[in-house]
Design a protein around this ligand. Sequence first.
Ligand code: FES
Length: 132
Amino acid sequence: MDLTYTKEVLKHLKSPKNMGKIKNPDGEGMVGNRVCGDIMKMYLKIIKNEKGEEIISDIKFQTLGCGAAIATSSVLTTLAKGKTIKEALKISKDDIIQALGGLPAIKVHCSILADEALKKAVENYCSTLKQH
Ligand code: FES
């Protein structure tokens, strides 16, 4: 079993990008994994561009969990920032793993958690829109 983290994982682990909270977010989503107990929360700020597309202008995360959970959350925020909501929803766990240069097999579920947190935050944004 390969237990090595790639350089990219270690980079995000040492200095995570977009870690923290957004005050009054337009969307937020929290997910957890019952088996390992890790918890992740994503916050979104959404603006509309001149074409009327909804853009993720800011994204932050809070993760209580393993190193890979922090690295996957961090790299995901860099992939999603500046993207339209539609584009962000297309980001998959494989995109996250690829952006990190790979993940040990036993840590693949950490990338799934990050992916689910983003999707939940977008769902939350969409559901609050419907209420107005
Ligand atoms: S060990 Fe569960 S998210 Fe990393």
